[in-house]
Design a protein around this ligand. Structure first.
Ligand code: FAD
Ligand code: FES
Ligand code: MG
Length: 279
């Protein structure tokens, strides 16, 4: 059992758990993930390591309430426990001196950028962070990421704060202006990572994306996280989660993400029905 030593609701439906897990904290690196099981009857879900403190023995995860399991997890409070917290899994982000690195976040991905930004700066890179939200009220982590980055660009789809438009617009503008970007790293919804990759492709900027297919075991045994990258079959949990975005077959990823949509919907409806009875 792993204690939730700190909980914070950082935005609407986005929650942060700091979990006491010394063995995971000792080895965790930016870009890796953990498989979490809230209780002994829950499914396992993968969550990215959003931060870690080796001395305190804690690992931070941030999750968005999107369905049955994340809603179940959102009901847990500080001092409660999660049943399993396995990791770190997957390969760490490749951190070295590239020059100017652009780190892009959308949705829950924004909350996982800090260790990558810090690592890239420590390696001597200039880091431009770009984060996108639908509207001003949904913005989170702006101050933390501004303090950690050399430059921060915030965009909102409706123009209520910062740059008006989706994240790809400021990226395109910067590349068209002739600004030299040596590497882009994008973390967030698959659709956002696809369009970031499409934006950088004509400029030939290597673009690393953190893929999020459905995972079951997280250790390369079930085949659930199969994707196609550069015409080859890859298992995201052991070969990734990070890949060159220009080589990813996005249509296959989207199709596989939708595989259990009906079952997921039923699970959530059942959960809400049970909650209503309790109330
Ligand atoms: P459901 O209703 O079951 O599913 C909602 C959607 O989530 C599905 O349509 C599907 O696209 C996806 N999903 C469902 N089950 C899984 C599963 N077992 N594995 C992966 N995706 C699934 N989310 C965060 O909020 N924060 C993170 O840091 C984060 N990191 C991730 C890292 C990796 C490597 C991967 C693969 C996914 C990550 N996700 C993260 C996505 C997260 O795992 C899903 O949102 C979660 O499993 C949804 O569970 P649910 O039962 O609440 O929703
Ligand atoms: Fe089973 Fe990757 S999650 S092989
Ligand atoms: Mg689920």
């Amino acid at each position: 059992m792993y204690e939730i030593v700190y909980r914070e609701d950082i935005a609407a439906k986005i929650h942060l758990f700091r979990i006491a897990a010394p063995a995971v904290a000792r080895k965790a690196q930016p870009g890796q993930f953990v498989m979490v099981r809230a209780s002994d009857h829950s499914e396992r879900i993968p969550l990215t390591v959003a931060d870690f403190d080796r001395e305190a023995g804690t690992v931070t995860v941030v999750f968005m309430e999107v369905g049955h399991t994340t809603t179940e997890m959102a009901a847990l409070r500080q001092g409660d426990y999660v049943q399993n917290f396995v990791g770190p899994l997957g390969n760490p982000t490749e951190i070295e001196k590239f020059g100017t690195v652009m780190v892009v976040g959308g949705g829950f991905g924004t909350a996982t950028l800090l260790p990558v930004v810090r690592g890239m700066r420590e390696a001597g890179n200039r880091v431009i962070t770009v984060i996108g939200f639908r509207t001003k009220d949904l913005i989170f982590y702006e101050d933390k990421l501004r303090a950690a980055s050399d430059e921060l660009i915030v965009s909102t789809d409706d123009g209520s704060y910062g740059y008006k438009g989706v994240v790809t617009l400021p990226i395109k503008e910067m590349l068209e202006s002739g600004r030299k970007i040596d590497r882009v790293i994008a973390v967030g919804p698959a659709i956002m990572m696809k369009f970031v990759s499409k934006t950088t492709e004509p400029f030939g900027v290597p673009t690393i994306v953190s893929l999020n297919p459905i995972m079951v075991d997280g250790t390369g045994m079930c085949g659930g996280c199969r994707v196609t990258v550069g015409g080859q079959t890859k298992f995201v949990c052991v070969d990734g989660p990070e890949f060159e975005g220009h080589l990813v077959d996005w249509d296959i990823l989207f199709a596989r993400q939708r595989l259990y949509l009906e079952e997921e919907k039923h699970a959530l409806e059942e959960h809400e029905c049970r909650l209503a009875k309790v109330k």
